[in-house]
Design a protein around this ligand. Structure first.
Ligand code: SAJ
Length: 454
């Protein structure tokens, strides 16, 4: 690693990002190289965007199968279309490795931060990544953590590993920052280039270099926070905000159903207020790697500081209970038709946690499936985006001889489910877990339709 003295030496030439270094008494230029640790939903789009902007990219992931797949040019299924197209030409320019290699100027860590079964934060992927890069940190290098964490994790859990193993000090010897990812799977408008970011770091020099590198990669505004803790807190707040608002409308849905009020119509009415209201939708549960997970980091952080986040805990309880509530709606309908879950075939349409996204992580559909099976039902699942995880290869197979349907994911393809399809299969019960089918159409056709709150 050549000796790089400071940020002003990063030369933002239009065609490439390069860095000056002194080789003896000569000053030379070389491409500024970024090693991205973790090549999933967050790391790979970031790697491709940094490549587009002229950086030299090294991709590191412990998943050797993923590394081999990408090295061979096979496009990972989770890439959005623009990135998938770009990957086909770009993969050759990325050096995919399972372990760290020398000659990098920056590390950006994009590994998952899940929770354990008891919902406590699981920082093991992050601390493993810290142990992996620490011995390779040299003077003048930049280390950025993009993984979502509660305030304090970067400086109290990650930084001690980096400083101890590198024998260097952040801000003095190397630069350390946190720039939380804001990936929104399935969103064609908001992507890694266009989503604004916040960034906090160990001090003014780290601010300057991290801001310079990210301003070259991200086209959207980057807001500099006062410190790392504030940047960690921003991501926690934005995702917990979403979880509690979803819990609010889910609770409304359960209450208004008892009163025969259509919650979706009421929320649509509330949305006519041009200020002070933000629409969220009731549903069969909250999935994904962010929303149902991040609040537990904030809850744990509160406990650490002697504060009990009762409200966040109750919101999590409400959302975690929605799969059970959804199954109870089906059970009530079956009872009206003189049937029980025990021994009945139930069609579960949609396994993914989110519309038109092939992603099972924390998916409520999986919880619904396990509750149904636990109650003795035979579940025929069908998700066209996740054929290998579905028990039925076609919708017709899933619907054949079924006593009722639960739609758990509002995939666009399911918009073609009509009353005729149900009549054809002699199915008269439909639970719309994402409130996206035409309620009146099904009711008028004699189908016993119920949604979540409508
Ligand atoms: N959901 C509801 N009701 C809602 C919104 C979502 O039940 O009103 C459910 C969804 O069905 C899904 C889960 O919640 O199961 C999460 O949905 P999501 O739209 O929040 O999707 P995610 O998990 O991809 O969230 C990401 C997040 N991005 C990051 O964390 C960087 C989140 O911050 C974004 O707000 C969100 O995308 C988005 O806006 O789509």
């Amino acid at each position: 690693m050549k000796n790089v003295s400071s940020v002003e030496e990063i030369d933002n030439r239009n065609e490439t990002r390069s860095i000056q270094y002194r080789d003896g008494n000569k000053t030379q230029l070389k491409p500024y190289t970024i090693s991205i640790i973790g090549l999933g939903y967050v790391g790979l789009p970031l790697a491709l965007q940094a490549l587009r902007k002229g950086y030299a990219i090294k991709g590191i992931d412990i998943n050797t199968r993923l590394i081999e797949t990408m090295r061979s040019g096979q496009t990972p299924s989770f890439l959005e279309s623009d990135d998938a197209d770009f990957f086909e030409q770009a993969y050759k320019k990325i050096s995919f490795k399972e372990e760290i290699i020398e000659n990098t100027d920056a590390f950006i860590v994009c590994v998952p931060t899940p929770v354990n079964d008891d919902k406590t934060p699981d920082l093991s992927p992050l601390t493993s990544a810290a142990h992996l890069i620490a011995p390779h940190i040299k003077k003048g290098m930049l280390v950025v953590i993009e993984s979502t964490v509660n305030p304090g994790v970067c400086e109290e859990c990650v930084l001690p590993i980096l400083e101890e193993k590198s024998n260097l000090i952040a801000e003095k010897d190397f630069y350390f920052a946190h720039c939380p990812e804001r990936i929104n799977p399935g969103d064609s408008n908001w992507n890694v280039a266009t989503i604004p970011r916040v960034l906090g770091s160990s001090g003014p020099k780290s601010d300057a270099i991290a801001l310079k590198v990210y301003s070259n990669i991200i086209e959207a505004p980057i807001t500099l926070m006062k410190n790392i803790k504030e940047a960690e807190a921003v991501k926690m707040v934005e995702n917990t905000f979403r979880d509690i608002n979803i819990a609010f409308v889910n609770e409304l849905a359960m209450s208004f159903t008892k009163a025969g009020i259509d919650t979706q119509n009421v929320l649509r009415g509330a949305s006519t207020k041009p200020f002070g209201f933000m629409l969220h939708n009731p549903g069969c549960g909250v999935g994904g790697h962010c929303i149902p997970v991040d609040p537990y980091y904030l809850i744990a952080y509160g406990q650490q500081n002697g504060f009990h986040h009762r409200f966040l805990e109750i919101a999590r309880e409400i959302n975690n209970n929605m799969p059970e509530y959804t199954v109870s709606l089906l059970e009530e309908k079956l009872k009206k038709h003189g049937k029980t879950l025990e021994g009945s075939k139930i069609s579960l349409l949609g396994l993914s946690y989110k519309k038109d996204v092939p992603d099972l992580r924390e998916s409520p559909a999986l919880e619904i499936k396990s509750i149904l099976e636990h109650r003795g039902a035979y579940v025929a699942s069908f998700d066209p985006l996740l054929p290998h995880q579905s028990s039925s290869m076609t919708m017709a197979e899933a619907l054949k001889d079924s006593c009722g349907i639960i739609v758990a994911t509002n995939h666009s393809i399911f918009e073609h489910i009509t009353p005729d399809v149900l009549h054809h299969h002699k199915i008269s019960i439909l639970v719309d877990g994402r409130n996206f089918l035409n309620k009146e159409l099904f009711l008028d056709a004699g189908i016993d339709y119920i949604g979540i709150g409508r």
